[in-house]
Design a protein around this ligand. Structure first.
Ligand code: BES
Ligand code: ZN
Ligand code: ZN
Length: 495
């Protein structure tokens, strides 16, 4: 795990493997001139050939040849000053940390948090740099057995110019980014080993942080009457799990966060084509984000009441699998007709949502799910869809998402869409009832809406951002751990 330290020394005094300096476009002259005086020819060359312009994400590693206590200087381009935000800072910190790590550097110092961004405080900037550095140096190496001694690993990052707010930001950033990396580990873990039972065991681990964790096995789930979860589980040889995590350090009704925990989505009898099935070990990313968020909140010791809930099963086409045309009676007694067994997320979430509202009576309820391919078509990977009939709640979530660099985009929940999930023979249909795909992401949300009685509730469809096909900034290919930063920020500010 990467350690985040702070130090009062300035970059010219610190003895380290590398120090990171930032410069804005189009005139990085100030820092280049200063470096050229200190380091001579190497920098003169860069200036002469205009090799560094400050363009966003540009990097130049310069060996100081012992003319400074730091062995190397990494110059990082920050782009245009008036466009620079906390998320730019987080991204560029991620790129820089990874580049240094890949160069075999184990510890470095950074000044990036002092490159003032509009409206941001030093504490927020320190947090963004800590987050970006930890996220950017993430790698999933568990299953690489050859030449492990050659694996490069970052050990520590030192934020220079320490004062109380730098320390606080670094501390928070470290907790949040490590929780997010833990979620990435869960999402990247193959479905073969990350079964619902194992996922529940990871939740149980949070007991050591003072969280009350309750795990319901198949028998207990039958007793609770989570029949929709059991219906989806029927095609699998792995037992389902239903898990609640209670963190109580505040007053009043809790905020509830509810996650979709499909550890593998084959589609069930409505089997997915191979290319769509490939990454479906990631279909538990919502549940993993719930676990990661509770972990971060407990480690931060926030004075809040939060309950995390997730339902977990595989969606498999075994001989006992639920079938197209089946009618399932959920936890709250409502019936759902199965138009497609691949729309299983909403089926298990209907039970989780109804259970949470009834038993925890939350102030707000937010669910996170890799629910629809339709949402990926609509928004791609840069934002999750948010759906709610409570405008105030959506606004709070969007503000939190903007602040945390995990963005939400609202899709409508007008009454016009309500009948999309009407069934001829049951209370609701689990796919859009006309062609089967129109307004697919909204149909998923409307299906869930039928299982909420009166609690202000929002649904987040994170099918796009949960998984990355790129290695860029602080992302790597695979699970992104999306949702932890957003939810921590939302819960921290909720009153
Ligand atoms: N887990 C998938 C959604 C998904 C797709 C997540 C791509 C991440 C990337 C979900 O269970 C699913 O299969 N949804 C169907 C619904 C359809 C049958 C109405 C879909 O989106 O195709
Ligand atoms: Zn599915
Ligand atoms: Zn799914």
């Amino acid at each position: 795990m990467v350690d985040i330290l702070t130090d009062k020394k300035n970059w010219k005094e610190i003895s380290t493997e590398a120090v990171i300096l930032g410069a804005f476009e189009p005139k990085p002259d100030g820092i280049l001139d200063e470096l050229s005086k200190l380091l001579g020819p190497a920098v003169e060359q860069i200036i002469k050939k205009k090799e560094f312009t400050g363009e966003f994400g540009q990097m130049k590693l310069i060996n100081t040849l012992r003319k400074l206590p730091a062995e190397n200087v990494l110059l990082v381009g920050l782009g245009k000053r008036d466009e620079f935000t906390l998320e730019h800072l987080r991204r560029v910190s991620g790129s820089a940390a990874r580049a240094l790590r890949d160069n075999g550097i184990k510890s470095f110092a950074t000044t990036l948090h002092t490159m003032t961004t509009k409206k941001a405080t030093l504490r927020e900037q320190a947090q963004a740099v800590a987050e970006g550095s930890i996220l950017g140096s993430y790698q999933f190496t568990k299953y690489k057995t050859q030449n492990r001694d050659k694996l490069k690993e970052l050990k520590s990052v030192t934020l220079l110019e320490s004062e109380k707010s730098t320390d606080e930001g670094a501390h928070a950033g470290k907790i949040i980014a490590n929780a997010q990396n833990f979620v990435r580990d869960l999402v990247n873990e193959p479905a073969m080993t990350l079964t619902p039972t194992v996922l529940a065991d990871y939740a149980l681990d949070l007991k050591k942080l003072g969280v009350k964790v309750t795990v319901y096995d198949k028998k207990a789930i039958e007793k609770l009457g989570l029949r929709a979860l059991l219906a989806v589980n029927n095609g699998s040889v792995q037992e389902p799990r239903f898990v609640t995590l209670e963190y109580k350090k505040g007053s009043g009704q809790p905020i509830a966060i509810v996650g979709k925990g499909i550890t593998f989505d084959s589609g069930g009898l409505d089997l997915k084509p191979a290319s769509n099935m490939l990454d479906m070990k990631s279909d538990m990313a919502g549940a993993a984000a719930v676990i990661g968020t509770i972990r971060a909140i407990a480690e931060l010791g926030l004075n809040v009441n939060v309950v995390g809930v997730f339902a977990s099963t595989e969606n498999m086409p075994g001989c006992n699998a639920y079938k197209p045309g089946d009618v399932v009676t959920g936890y709250n007694g409502k019936t759902m007709e199965i138009g497609n067994t691949d729309a299983e997320g909403r089926v298990i979430l209907s039970d989780a949502i109804a259970y949470t509202e009834k038993n925890f009576k939350p102030k707000y309820m937010v669910d996170l799910a890799t629910l629809t391919g339709a949402c990926v078509v609509a928004l791609g990977y840069a934002a999750s869809g948010v759906f709610s009939r409570d405008e105030a709640l959506v606004n709070r979530l969007k503000i939190a998402g903007d602040a945390a660099g995990e963005r939400l985009w609202e899709l409508p929940m007008w009454d016009d869409y309500k009948d999309n999930v009407k069934s001829d023979i049951a209370d609701v249909y689990n796919i859009p009832g006309n062609k089967g795909y129109e307004a697919g992401a909204i149909a998923g949300a409307w299906f869930l809406q039928h299982f909420v009685e009166k609690t202000p509730w929002a649904h987040i469809d994170m099918a796009g951002p949960a998984w990355s096909i790129d290695r860029k900034y602080y992302w790597d290919k695979g699970g992104t751990g999306w949702g932890v930063r957003l939810l921590v920020e939302f819960i921290k500010n909720v009153r």
